[in-house]
Design a protein around this ligand. Structure first.
Ligand SMILES: [Zn+2]
Length: 348
């Protein structure tokens, strides 16, 4: 399609290499240690208490099972397309808890709060921007209650998704405002008692940087997982490569780094392999959709079955992922099969 342009770009390997180097150095050329404390600094802040449970989980030897889709399960339970799912933390808490219980029973060791769109910019689209604290705090309390009820074997991850706007300079959202939007959401999740924060489905390094900075303002020592969505020929929609992502996110102090959502496990697998090759030490995360989304009646439908996802769980582990879960289209059935494949000793 863009043959001539591609030929120009790939025609001169030196130019291409130096351009790639410049691009990859740019996002974290000046990491401010006050905004992005390294692991040792973070542990010194609070004696490591804020990330102790996450470190314990990793030290148990892995692989660690994350959870599956929340949105898919909410739609199955009657959420209407376009409605803000976070409101169900208040109006349908028993459904949220039942979904989380499904993943806990399937073997998930990290479950996420129902707060993907729980920042004030996205909630403003529904006239709910003043209820960030209530919705996020309640979500954290619900998840914690369900983990306790299930025997207290899992960790609660406070879920932070994209702001819904594009951060400058690519877009119009001021970086400092983005930081504050994410700080506000993270503070409420932490106040509600989450064990860690999971920033997910990001496409732009500048936005995920703002999110990390916001999280660190709210909770300097908390464990932090960050995943981006590589849905455009191995890159994110904004052109971020797996190598750039792992390098930047580790430099900004993420405890685990990887990919979520996207076009199914066969596209995420090489992303994980490239991250492993770029950084032999990073804790890697694979949370793929249950297959390539197909449009049926104006809805995205995902068709990978449990056996396929279980097979990919093994392949993700072998490619270097320590934390494995699933994203859109997945259900507790997928997670149960993945868990049984990865952790046969634990049984079903
Ligand atoms: Zn997804």
């Amino acid at each position: 399609m863009d043959g001539p342009r591609r030929r120009t770009r790939t025609g001169d390997p030196d130019t291409q290499q130096s351009a790639a180097a410049a691009r990859s150095a740019e996002p974290f050329a000046a990491v401010d240690p006050a905004a992005f404390p390294d692991r040792e600094t973070r542990r010194a802040i609070d004696g490591g208490a804020a990330s102790a449970r996450f470190r314990e989980l990793l030290d148990a030897g892995g692989p660690v099972m994350a959870d599956g889709a929340m949105g898919t399960m909410l739609f199955q339970n009657g959420l209407q397309f376009g409605d803000p799912p976070e409101v169900w933390n208040l109006t349908q808490p028993e459904i949220i808890r039942r979904i989380q219980r499904g993943y806990l029973d399937a073997g998930s060791q990290i479950i996420m709060t129902n707060t993907f769109g729980g920042n004030r910019l996205r909630l403003a689209l529904h006239g709910l921007s003043a209820r960030v604290d209530e919705l996020n705090r309640t979500a954290a309390i619900l998840a914690r209650a369900e983990v306790r009820a299930a025997g207290d074997h899992a960790l609660v991850a406070g879920d932070i998704g994209p702001s819904g706007e594009i951060v400058a300079p690519l877009g119009t959202l001021d970086y400092d405002i983005a930081v504050d939007v994410f700080r506000e959401q993270a503070a409420s999740l932490v106040a509600g008692g989450v064990d860690l924060i999971w920033i997910e489905t990001m496409s732009d390094l500048n936005e995920i940087k703002a999110a990390i900075e916001g999280v660190r303002l709210a909770a300097p020592g908390i464990a932090l997982i960050t995943t981006m969505t590589f849905d455009t020929r191995g890159h994110t929609m904004m052109g971020v490569t797996p190598e750039q992502a792992v390098e930047a996110l580790v430099a900004w102090g993420a405890d685990a780094v990887g990919g979520n959502c996207g076009n199914g496990p066969d596209e995420l697998l090489p992303v994980i392999a490239r991250m492993r090759a770029a950084d032999p030490d990073a804790v890697l995360v694979a949370k793929s959709n249950a297959g390539m989304p197909e449009l049926v009646d104006m809805r995205a439908v995902y068709k990978a079955d449990s056996d396929t996802m279980a097979d990919f769980a093994i392949r993700f582990r072998d490619a270097g992922a320590t934390i494995v879960g699933a994203c859109c289209g997945s259900t507790p059935d997928h997670l149960r099969a993945m868990s049984a494949a990865l952790r046969p000793a634990r049984g079903g």
